[in-house]
Design a protein around this ligand. Structure first.
Ligand SMILES: *[C@@H]1O[C@H](CO)[C@@H](O)[C@H](O)[C@H]1NC(C)=O
Ligand SMILES: *[C@@H]1O[C@H](CO)[C@@H](O)[C@H](O)[C@H]1NC(C)=O
Length: 191
């Protein structure tokens, strides 16, 4: 009898863990914004990878240079301001595929999606507790759009300069969307 209870209890615990939805998770909005920033750049990098490196767009039209020759100026699509802007719009829409979640291991906030930016299934499903979201105004898409609206020029500049590690440069160094120290990280209370 005890054995049976134990077995049933284990099954219950297993399901409770695998499917738990956290309803009243408290987290810092700054932390969320930082996570959205990083995920957005990951998604943007995945979009940029899809661009044919040979493709260019015309900027500045045709001009006469000092020698009197027509100077036709083009830039690669990955550096085009208009194209980057359009890609950011797409990326922000993709943020709605993400849900807030907490790592089971340490209770810190993360953003979870079934499909990673590279198109593979996310293997972390069993490692997170999804957070049930009540407030639709707090949509991750709006966080993303807010960041783009405020800092788009910086982002475009980084791509035009072919900066290394745009994610860190953009989210941490250049905009301060992500605080330099990690003490803003909120943990789940009951751990
Ligand atoms: C929490 O755990 C996840 C996955 O195990 C890890 O990626 C993350 O860095 C950890 N966060 C902290 C603040 O320890
Ligand atoms: C969402 O935002 C709209 C407009 O800003 C506001 O009217 C509405 O009350 C908000 N809803 C919630 C649940 O905060």
């Amino acid at each position: 009898m005890q054995c049976l209870y134990l077995a049933l209890f284990s099954v219950f615990v297993y399901y409770a863990q695998a499917q738990s939805l956290v309803q009243d998770a408290k987290y810092n909005n700054k932390e969320l914004r930082c996570l959205v920033c990083q995920k957005s750049i990951e998604e943007l990098e995945a979009e940029i990878k899809k661009i044919d490196p040979e493709s260019t767009v015309d900027v500045g039209g045709y001009r006469l240079d000092a020698e009197g020759n027509y100077n036709h100026k083009t830039v690669s699509m990955a550096k085009s301001e208009i194209h980057l802007s359009e890609m950011m719009e797409t990326v922000c829409k993709k943020m709605d595929n993400y849900v807030r979640a907490l790592w089971k291991s340490n209770g810190t906030l993360t953003l979870f999606t079934m499909l990673s930016p590279d198109g593979t299934m996310n293997g972390d499903f069993d490692s997170v507790d999804l957070i049930q979201d009540m407030d639709l105004n707090e949509s991750l898409k709006y966080y993303c759009e807010g960041i783009v609206e405020e800092y788009e020029e910086i982002l475009i500049k980084l791509y035009q300069q072919e900066a290394e590690d745009v994610k860190t440069r953009f989210c941490f160094t250049e905009t301060g969307v992500c605080p330099a120290s990690a003490d803003y990280v909120t943990r789940r209370e009951e751990l």
